[in-house]
Structures are given as structure tokens and as C-alpha cells.
Design a protein around this ligand. Structure first.
Ligand code: NDP
Length: 327
């Protein structure tokens, strides 16, 4: 495993990490979840990503139970939660980034995950109804109380991030150390263009989500939707509709065999290529892997061996296929 500093913090995060979205508490049984988390940890992965909204809190309950029984030293792994979407219903104050919801979401995550503190606590989306200063101060206070060690954002715009940094500096508050953006061969603009000034000015880290575009970049959707895949999973109809209704999807799927041919040239597989490509970006601190089966995780972990093989000339060939279809 390779470890990188998360942004300008002293925190060492494994270049590959592992997340619970869709799978834990929902698509897979608890024994599979256990096997996945242990496979990840045994491979040197030290960051496990979670959120209040994943399976309405159940993903954190499943992960917490596995962590508790694992016998792993608390100092040997990082665990996150994210607040914004809420986890059960959508009454006022049970969602968003107000001080009230951030405090309550943090306490609830600590209980579900059975830990004394969260290594990372994210604002899962921006909340236009809450002043950014209120959110920054609440995150700062959770850190001061020892309930959270570092905080981050997910899918905030560069403008919102600049404002958060300005306010934290002006009020002497702990600033975010990381963003959690979507990034893949199919989704590039925000990380590569919009965030460029943020990386330059603040050295923000990134914990990347959906590196394989929910599986599109494995080739599994090129001949329709397999029965046992994410896009056919119960409760994921919204994602299936979003993917199927995206006017760019046919063009994206048409590139998949081209990427696969390049992977074959390197003697590797398409999922490994997709993950390794993300890791080549120097602003990527860690790529969060998702998997519904241990074999997928084992395969994707092989991306680490590929980084050196992705020469500038090879990256240009990937760019030529990716750039015309990427968001
Ligand atoms: P990916 O885009 O890598 O998709 C993972 C899914 O693709 C797997 O669950 C599996 O689905 C399929 N897959 C993965 N590898 C293979 C393989 N080798 N062969 C065949 N199929 C494969 O990542 P995720 O979308 O899961 O995102 C990773 C993590 O990022 C999440 O767990 C979560 O922690 C975080 N995240 C954060 C978000 C945010 O808003 N901050 C949003 C989304 C995710 P299946 O077998 O079911 O087809």
C-alpha cells in the first residue's frame, strides 16, 4: 500500500480506501461486509468511508459491529461519517448543515459506529440555507471537543470552499482538510479545472468517490444491466434512471471497449486501469473503492501496481478517449 498525506494535514491515508455506499446494510449480507472490510484492512487500507444516509444509518451499524469485533487498534484505521441528507426522515433540523444537525449527526454516527471519535467528518453537500460560518464553527467545535479529528466537504463548489477557508482564517477556526468529489475517466471537470485554485491556495486533499462510475467503467453495463449489479439493486432505481437518461451515457459506454483494449495492452484489467488513472492525479489523496464482492476488491487493489506503467504518453492516449465524453 502507498500512503499519502491528506491535504496539508499530517494524516497519512492509504492511496486506496474502502466505502460502504449501497453495499453495507443494503445490497450485501453482513458476512460479506465483514470479508470486504477485512480484505481491505489486510491489504493496508486504513480509511473506511461511511455516512449517516447510507442505508439510513444501517451501513454505519454494520461497519461499527465489524470494527468492534476486529481487534484492530483504533490508531490503525480512520473512519468517517458525513452529515447533510439525514438518515430516517426529513423533518426540519434532521438534515442540512446547521449546528444542530451537525452535532446530532455526529453523536448518532459515534453511537452507530461504536467509536469515541470520527477521524473525518464531512459536510455531505453544501447547504444554501445555513450560513457557512455556522457550519465552519460547528465543525471547529466538534474538533475542539475531541469528537472529530478533521473535517471535510463533499461536492462543494470552489466558491463555497474559498468562502469556508476565508471564514476559518478570519475566525481562527479549524479549516477543512479535504473534499470528497466524484472523479473518474467519465467525470473530470470539477477536480481538474474548478478546484485548481483551491489546490494551489489551500492544498486541499481529496478522497475520490465513484472511481469506476458505479461500475460503468468495468464494462459490466455494455451488454445491458446485469441482474446482480448496482443498477438493478432495489432502491437504486433513481441511479439507474439517472444513468440511463444521461444523454452522454451511450457515448461513454462506446468508449469502454477502447479503454479495455488499452488495459489489455498493459496486461491488466479495465477496473484496475480506471482506478490507477485516478491515482495518477497528484491532487488525489485517496481513491475510495466500492465493492459488492471480495473478488472485485481484490481485483481493484491491483491498481496500485499499475501506477508506474501509466507513462505520460499512455495517459495522453487515455485522455484522447476520455476527454470528449467526460463531464
Ligand atoms: P465505484 O464507482 O468504484 O463503484 C463500485 C461498484 O462497482 C461496486 O459496488 C460494484 O457494484 C461495481 N464494481 C466495482 N469493482 C468491480 C469489478 N472489479 N468488477 C465488476 N464490478 C465492479 O465506487 P462507488 O460508487 O461505490 O464509490 C466508492 C465509495 O465512495 C462509496 O462506497 C462511498 O463511500 C463513497 N461515495 C461518496 C459519495 C459522496 O457523495 N460523497 C457518493 C458516492 C460514493 P455491483 O457489483 O453492485 O455492480
Amino acid at each position: 500500500m502507498i500512503y499519502r498525506n491528506l491535504g496539508r494535514s499530517g494524516l497519512q491515508i492509504s492511496a486506496l480506501s474502502f466505502g460502504a455506499w449501497v453495499t453495507f446494510g443494503k445490497q450485501i449480507g453482513d458476512p460479506v461486509a465483514k470479508k470486504l472490510l477485512h480484505t481491505a484492512y489486510d491489504a493496508g487500507i486504513n480509511f473506511f468511508d461511511n455516512a449517516e444516509v447510507y442505508a439510513a444509518g444501517q451501513a454505519e451499524i454494520v461497519m461499527g459491529a465489524i470494527l468492534k469485533k476486529s481487534g484492530w487498534r483504533r490508531s490503525s484505521y480512520l473512519v468517517s461519517s458525513k452529515a447533510y441528507f439525514g438518515c430516517e426522515d426529513e423533518k426540519p433540523n434532521q438534515t442540512g448543515l446547521s449546528r444542530k444537525h451537525l452535532f446530532e449527526a455526529c453523536h448518532a454516527a459515534l453511537t452507530r459506529l461504536q467509536v469515541d471519535y470520527l477521524d473525518l467528518f464531512y459536510c455531505h453537500r453544501p447547504d444554501p440555507t445555513t450560513p457557512i460560518l455556522e457550519t465552519c464553527r460547528a465543525m471547529h467545535d466538534l474538533i475542539a471537543q475531541g469528537k472529530v479529528l478533521y473535517w471535510g466537504t463533499s461536492e462543494w463548489s470552489a466558491v463555497q470552499l474559498q468562502e469556508a477557508f476565508r471564514l476559518c482564517a478570519a475566525h481562527n477556526l479549524h479549516a477543512p482538510i479535504t473534499e470528497q468529489p466524484q472523479y473518474s475517466l467519465f467525470h473530470r471537470t470539477r477536480v481538474e479545472k474548478e478546484y485548481a485554485p483551491i489546490f494551489r491556495d489551500h492544498g486541499l486533499g481529496t478522497t475520490i468517490w465513484s472511481p469506476l462510475a458505479s461500475g460503468l467503467l468495468t464494462g459490466k453495463y455494455n451488454a445491458g444491466i446485469p441482474k446482480d449489479s448496482r443498477l438493478s439493486a432495489p432502491g437504486m432505481e433513481w441511479l439507474r434512471d439517472m444513468v440511463l437518461n444521461d444523454p452522454k451515457t451511450p457515448a461513454k459506454l462506446a468508449t469502454v471497449p477502447k479503454f479495455a483494449a488499452l488495459a489489455e495492452e498493459l496486461g491488466t484489467t479495465l477496473p484496475r486501469l480506471g482506478v490507477a488513472w485516478c491515482l495518477k492525479n497528484p491532487h488525489v489523496s485517496t481513491v475510495i473503492l466500492g465493492a459488492s464482492r471480495p473478488e472485485q476488491l481484490t481485483e481493484n487493489l491491483g491498481a496500485l501496481d499499475l501506477i508506474e506503467k501509466l507513462t505520460p504518453a499512455f495517459m495522453k492516449r487515455l485522455d484522447a478517449i476520455s476527454k470528449p465524453v467526460a463531464d
